[in-house]
Write a protein that binds this ligand. Structure first.
Ligand code: AMP
Ligand code: ZN
Length: 139
């Protein structure tokens, strides 16, 4: 499904011009217009999937190897020291465009942390209770 009202559907299918760095039958990879670092890329499936929970399994299987390929190209072409693959699902998780996309962000040794959290802790028994809830949902 391609949604005419979805900006990433329109970009991925070429209806809106973009700084495309890679394209195949399943994906278009473009530069993010608000980059964390120059070269920050977005992997966009050409079909519309709102987020990772809606993603077709064949598309999902291709997304991670493509992230690795783009990241390796960034190391070669830009000389970055590493890269982040970041993928947000839901508003609470920072998703602002509701068409699945994976960020590929070139990273340098001197960069501040961009993907981080303050490690918390569990109360007595809480970890087991949370694990049990998740195991039940996964059955
Ligand atoms: P997220 O917050 O994970 O949904 O990421 C959405 C990303 O899309 C942000 O980093 C935006 O800078 C980027 N973005 C939104 N619209 C465009 C656009 N038209 N072209 C390129 N990047 C875009
Ligand atoms: Zn879309």
């Amino acid at each position: 499904m391609r949604d005419a009202n979805c900006i990433f559907c329109r970009i991925a299918n070429g209806a809106i011009p973009s700084a495309t760095i890679y394209e195949d039958e399943t994906f278009r990879v473009i530069l993010d217009m608000g980059p964390a670092n120059p070269g920050h890329a977005l992997i966009l499936p050409k079909e519309h999937f709102a987020d990772v929970t809606a993603l077709d399994e064949m598309v999902a299987a291709k997304a991670l190897p493509l992230g690795a390929k783009i990241g390796a190209a960034m190391k070669e072409a830009l000389g970055c020291d590493g890269f982040n693959l970041v993928q947000n699902n839901g508003e609470a998780a920072g998703q602002t465009v509701f068409h699945f996309h994976m960020h590929v962000i070139p990273r340098y040794a001197a960069d501040p942390a961009m993907v981080s959290w303050t490690p918390g802790s569990y109360a007595e028994g809480e970890m087991d209770a949370v694990a049990e809830k998740l195991r039940a949902a996964l059955q």
